[in-house]
Ligand binder design. Structure first.
Ligand code: SAM
Length: 259
Protein backbone atom coordinates (compact mmCIF):
# COMPACT_ATOMS: atom_id res chain seq x y z
CA UNK A 1 0.00 0.00 0.00
CA UNK A 2 1.26 3.53 -0.85
CA UNK A 3 2.28 5.55 2.23
CA UNK A 4 -0.31 8.13 3.35
CA UNK A 5 1.75 11.33 3.22
CA UNK A 6 1.62 13.48 0.09
CA UNK A 7 3.28 16.59 -1.27
CA UNK A 8 2.00 19.39 -3.48
CA UNK A 9 4.43 22.16 -4.35
CA UNK A 10 2.78 25.45 -5.29
CA UNK A 11 3.87 28.98 -6.25
CA UNK A 12 2.32 32.10 -4.77
CA UNK A 13 3.18 34.35 -7.74
CA UNK A 14 5.08 37.60 -7.42
CA UNK A 15 2.34 40.08 -6.61
CA UNK A 16 0.80 39.63 -3.22
CA UNK A 17 -2.16 37.17 -3.27
CA UNK A 18 -3.59 38.41 -6.61
CA UNK A 19 -1.37 36.12 -8.72
CA UNK A 20 -2.29 32.99 -6.81
CA UNK A 21 -4.16 30.41 -8.92
CA UNK A 22 -7.40 28.90 -7.54
CA UNK A 23 -5.84 25.40 -7.52
CA UNK A 24 -2.81 26.63 -5.53
CA UNK A 25 -5.05 28.45 -3.04
CA UNK A 26 -7.08 25.29 -2.60
CA UNK A 27 -3.93 23.30 -1.75
CA UNK A 28 -2.72 26.01 0.66
CA UNK A 29 -6.03 25.87 2.52
CA UNK A 30 -6.37 22.10 2.66
CA UNK A 31 -2.81 21.24 3.71
CA UNK A 32 -2.32 19.59 7.10
CA UNK A 33 1.20 21.01 7.11
CA UNK A 34 2.01 24.11 5.06
CA UNK A 35 5.68 25.05 4.71
CA UNK A 36 6.54 28.19 2.82
CA UNK A 37 9.24 30.56 1.60
CA UNK A 38 7.75 34.06 1.31
CA UNK A 39 9.40 37.05 -0.37
CA UNK A 40 7.38 39.46 1.71
CA UNK A 41 6.18 39.58 5.37
CA UNK A 42 2.64 40.45 4.24
CA UNK A 43 2.48 37.16 2.34
CA UNK A 44 3.61 35.30 5.47
CA UNK A 45 0.84 36.97 7.50
CA UNK A 46 -1.75 36.15 4.86
CA UNK A 47 -0.67 32.48 4.71
CA UNK A 48 -0.83 32.17 8.51
CA UNK A 49 -4.41 33.50 8.44
CA UNK A 50 -5.39 31.20 5.57
CA UNK A 51 -4.01 28.08 7.25
CA UNK A 52 -3.02 27.95 10.95
CA UNK A 53 -0.72 25.01 10.10
CA UNK A 54 1.51 27.37 8.06
CA UNK A 55 5.21 27.38 8.99
CA UNK A 56 7.91 29.55 7.42
CA UNK A 57 11.17 28.11 6.09
CA UNK A 58 12.71 31.59 5.75
CA UNK A 59 14.68 31.24 9.00
CA UNK A 60 16.86 28.63 7.26
CA UNK A 61 18.45 31.49 5.28
CA UNK A 62 21.52 32.36 7.40
CA UNK A 63 24.26 34.76 6.38
CA UNK A 64 27.42 33.03 5.12
CA UNK A 65 25.80 29.58 4.83
CA UNK A 66 26.14 27.96 1.36
CA UNK A 67 22.84 28.14 -0.48
CA UNK A 68 23.17 24.44 -1.40
CA UNK A 69 23.12 23.55 2.33
CA UNK A 70 20.11 25.81 3.01
CA UNK A 71 18.21 24.14 0.15
CA UNK A 72 19.07 20.65 1.44
CA UNK A 73 17.71 21.66 4.87
CA UNK A 74 14.47 22.89 3.26
CA UNK A 75 14.05 19.56 1.46
CA UNK A 76 14.58 17.70 4.73
CA UNK A 77 11.93 19.83 6.53
CA UNK A 78 9.42 19.20 3.74
CA UNK A 79 10.15 15.47 3.54
CA UNK A 80 9.94 15.06 7.33
CA UNK A 81 6.36 16.39 7.19
CA UNK A 82 5.46 14.04 4.32
CA UNK A 83 6.97 11.08 6.20
CA UNK A 84 4.78 11.95 9.23
CA UNK A 85 1.87 11.03 6.95
CA UNK A 86 0.57 14.59 6.47
CA UNK A 87 -0.98 16.13 3.42
CA UNK A 88 1.84 18.64 2.85
CA UNK A 89 1.86 21.80 0.78
CA UNK A 90 5.22 23.51 0.14
CA UNK A 91 4.82 27.06 -1.16
CA UNK A 92 7.50 29.16 -2.84
CA UNK A 93 7.08 32.67 -4.22
CA UNK A 94 6.87 33.06 -7.99
CA UNK A 95 6.71 29.78 -9.93
CA UNK A 96 7.87 26.99 -7.60
CA UNK A 97 9.86 25.30 -10.34
CA UNK A 98 11.66 28.36 -11.74
CA UNK A 99 15.12 28.92 -10.24
CA UNK A 100 14.14 27.01 -7.09
CA UNK A 101 16.27 23.97 -6.22
CA UNK A 102 14.49 22.56 -3.12
CA UNK A 103 11.05 22.37 -4.76
CA UNK A 104 12.19 20.02 -7.53
CA UNK A 105 14.35 18.02 -5.15
CA UNK A 106 11.50 17.58 -2.64
CA UNK A 107 9.17 16.26 -5.38
CA UNK A 108 11.89 13.89 -6.65
CA UNK A 109 12.67 12.55 -3.18
CA UNK A 110 9.03 12.16 -2.14
CA UNK A 111 8.29 10.17 -5.30
CA UNK A 112 11.42 8.04 -4.81
CA UNK A 113 10.12 7.17 -1.33
CA UNK A 114 6.74 6.15 -2.75
CA UNK A 115 4.68 9.25 -1.82
CA UNK A 116 2.31 11.05 -4.18
CA UNK A 117 4.01 14.31 -5.14
CA UNK A 118 3.35 16.99 -7.76
CA UNK A 119 4.13 20.59 -8.64
CA UNK A 120 1.58 23.16 -9.79
CA UNK A 121 2.52 25.96 -12.22
CA UNK A 122 2.47 29.63 -11.19
CA UNK A 123 3.45 33.16 -12.25
CA UNK A 124 7.21 33.79 -12.14
CA UNK A 125 9.24 37.00 -12.14
CA UNK A 126 9.98 36.28 -15.81
CA UNK A 127 6.25 36.24 -16.61
CA UNK A 128 5.94 39.68 -14.97
CA UNK A 129 9.00 40.94 -16.89
CA UNK A 130 7.51 39.83 -20.22
CA UNK A 131 4.30 41.74 -19.46
CA UNK A 132 5.94 44.86 -17.96
CA UNK A 133 8.62 45.26 -20.65
CA UNK A 134 6.36 44.23 -23.53
CA UNK A 135 8.77 41.62 -24.90
CA UNK A 136 7.96 38.24 -26.45
CA UNK A 137 10.27 35.21 -26.04
CA UNK A 138 9.06 33.97 -29.42
CA UNK A 139 10.21 37.03 -31.35
CA UNK A 140 13.99 36.58 -31.32
CA UNK A 141 14.56 33.58 -29.05
CA UNK A 142 15.12 33.59 -25.31
CA UNK A 143 17.96 32.66 -22.97
CA UNK A 144 17.57 32.53 -19.21
CA UNK A 145 20.53 32.10 -16.82
CA UNK A 146 21.47 32.50 -13.21
CA UNK A 147 24.07 35.31 -13.27
CA UNK A 148 26.66 33.43 -11.20
CA UNK A 149 26.21 30.21 -13.22
CA UNK A 150 26.69 32.17 -16.43
CA UNK A 151 29.98 33.58 -15.17
CA UNK A 152 31.38 30.48 -13.49
CA UNK A 153 30.58 28.04 -16.28
CA UNK A 154 31.23 30.44 -19.16
CA UNK A 155 27.95 29.68 -20.95
CA UNK A 156 27.91 31.04 -24.49
CA UNK A 157 25.17 33.57 -25.11
CA UNK A 158 23.70 34.28 -28.53
CA UNK A 159 23.53 38.12 -28.56
CA UNK A 160 20.84 38.10 -31.28
CA UNK A 161 18.41 36.41 -28.87
CA UNK A 162 17.07 38.06 -25.70
CA UNK A 163 18.71 37.24 -22.37
CA UNK A 164 17.24 37.20 -18.87
CA UNK A 165 19.72 37.07 -16.00
CA UNK A 166 18.48 36.01 -12.58
CA UNK A 167 19.92 36.67 -9.11
CA UNK A 168 22.01 39.55 -10.45
CA UNK A 169 21.90 41.10 -6.97
CA UNK A 170 23.77 37.98 -5.77
CA UNK A 171 26.11 37.67 -8.78
CA UNK A 172 29.41 36.10 -7.74
CA UNK A 173 28.10 34.57 -4.49
CA UNK A 174 27.27 30.96 -3.67
CA UNK A 175 26.40 31.60 -0.03
CA UNK A 176 23.41 33.45 1.41
CA UNK A 177 24.62 36.99 1.89
CA UNK A 178 22.74 40.23 1.44
CA UNK A 179 25.86 42.43 1.60
CA UNK A 180 26.51 44.25 -1.72
CA UNK A 181 29.33 42.64 -3.70
CA UNK A 182 30.22 44.79 -6.74
CA UNK A 183 32.82 42.31 -8.07
CA UNK A 184 30.12 39.96 -9.37
CA UNK A 185 28.20 42.79 -11.03
CA UNK A 186 31.34 44.16 -12.68
CA UNK A 187 32.39 40.68 -13.88
CA UNK A 188 28.94 40.30 -15.42
CA UNK A 189 29.32 43.62 -17.27
CA UNK A 190 32.73 42.54 -18.60
CA UNK A 191 31.25 39.23 -19.75
CA UNK A 192 28.48 41.05 -21.65
CA UNK A 193 30.88 43.64 -23.10
CA UNK A 194 32.61 40.83 -25.00
CA UNK A 195 29.38 40.33 -26.97
CA UNK A 196 27.56 43.66 -27.03
CA UNK A 197 28.65 47.24 -27.82
CA UNK A 198 29.33 49.49 -24.79
CA UNK A 199 26.28 51.66 -25.55
CA UNK A 200 23.92 48.64 -25.50
CA UNK A 201 21.19 49.37 -22.95
CA UNK A 202 20.24 46.64 -20.52
CA UNK A 203 17.27 46.73 -18.14
CA UNK A 204 17.45 46.20 -14.39
CA UNK A 205 14.03 44.98 -13.35
CA UNK A 206 12.04 44.43 -10.18
CA UNK A 207 8.40 43.37 -10.51
CA UNK A 208 6.06 45.10 -8.12
CA UNK A 209 4.84 43.02 -5.17
CA UNK A 210 1.84 45.29 -4.62
CA UNK A 211 -0.99 46.28 -6.97
CA UNK A 212 -0.59 49.98 -6.11
CA UNK A 213 3.16 50.14 -6.89
CA UNK A 214 4.83 50.26 -10.31
CA UNK A 215 7.62 47.89 -11.32
CA UNK A 216 11.20 49.16 -11.22
CA UNK A 217 12.53 49.40 -14.79
CA UNK A 218 15.98 50.98 -15.00
CA UNK A 219 17.78 51.17 -18.35
CA UNK A 220 21.57 51.46 -18.13
CA UNK A 221 24.30 51.39 -20.79
CA UNK A 222 26.60 48.40 -20.44
CA UNK A 223 29.69 50.58 -20.03
CA UNK A 224 28.05 52.40 -17.08
CA UNK A 225 27.67 49.27 -14.96
CA UNK A 226 31.30 49.48 -13.83
CA UNK A 227 30.32 52.64 -11.91
CA UNK A 228 27.61 50.83 -9.88
CA UNK A 229 28.23 49.28 -6.46
CA UNK A 230 24.83 47.62 -6.22
CA UNK A 231 22.54 46.12 -8.86
CA UNK A 232 19.50 48.45 -9.12
CA UNK A 233 17.22 45.41 -9.55
CA UNK A 234 17.51 41.65 -9.00
CA UNK A 235 16.82 40.62 -12.61
CA UNK A 236 18.36 41.89 -15.84
CA UNK A 237 16.89 41.84 -19.34
CA UNK A 238 19.41 42.16 -22.18
CA UNK A 239 17.65 43.11 -25.43
CA UNK A 240 18.85 41.28 -28.54
CA UNK A 241 21.15 42.74 -31.18
CA UNK A 242 19.64 42.89 -34.71
CA UNK A 243 18.89 39.41 -36.12
CA UNK A 244 21.21 37.65 -38.56
CA UNK A 245 19.88 37.53 -42.14
CA UNK A 246 17.87 34.40 -42.99
CA UNK A 247 19.72 31.70 -44.96
CA UNK A 248 18.40 32.00 -48.57
CA UNK A 249 19.54 28.50 -49.59
CA UNK A 250 17.84 26.80 -46.68
CA UNK A 251 14.73 28.91 -47.30
CA UNK A 252 14.67 27.68 -50.93
CA UNK A 253 15.14 24.08 -49.76
CA UNK A 254 12.20 24.46 -47.34
CA UNK A 255 10.03 26.16 -49.96
CA UNK A 256 9.89 29.40 -47.95
CA UNK A 257 9.72 32.73 -49.80
CA UNK A 258 11.73 35.32 -47.89
CA UNK A 259 10.17 38.80 -47.86
C1 SAM B 1 15.48 32.03 -6.10
S1 SAM B 1 14.90 32.86 -7.52
C2 SAM B 1 13.17 32.59 -7.36
C3 SAM B 1 12.42 32.86 -8.63
C4 SAM B 1 10.93 32.62 -8.46
N1 SAM B 1 10.68 31.23 -8.19
C5 SAM B 1 10.13 33.01 -9.69
O1 SAM B 1 9.40 32.17 -10.22
O2 SAM B 1 10.21 34.17 -10.11
C6 SAM B 1 15.12 34.53 -7.03
C7 SAM B 1 15.33 35.42 -8.23
O3 SAM B 1 14.09 35.64 -8.89
C8 SAM B 1 14.06 36.94 -9.43
N2 SAM B 1 13.00 37.69 -8.75
C9 SAM B 1 12.35 37.36 -7.63
N3 SAM B 1 11.45 38.32 -7.31
C10 SAM B 1 11.54 39.26 -8.27
C11 SAM B 1 10.89 40.48 -8.52
N4 SAM B 1 9.94 40.96 -7.71
N5 SAM B 1 11.24 41.17 -9.62
C12 SAM B 1 12.18 40.73 -10.47
N6 SAM B 1 12.84 39.59 -10.27
C13 SAM B 1 12.53 38.86 -9.20
C14 SAM B 1 15.41 37.57 -9.13
O4 SAM B 1 16.29 37.31 -10.23
C15 SAM B 1 15.82 36.82 -7.90
O5 SAM B 1 17.21 36.87 -7.69
Amino acid sequence: MAPTGSLTVVGTGIQLIRQLTPEARDELERAEELLYVAADPAMATWLAELNPAARSLNSLYRTGVPRSLIYAEMVEEILAAVRRGSRVCAAFYGHPGVFVTPSHEAVRMARAEGYAARMLPAISAEDCLIADLGVDPGEHGWQSYDATELLLRGHRLDPTAAVVLWQVDAAGKLDWNLEPEPRGLHALAEHLLELYPPEHEIVFYRASLYPVASPLIERIRLDEIATLDVAPGPTVYVPPLPPRPADPELARHLGITLS
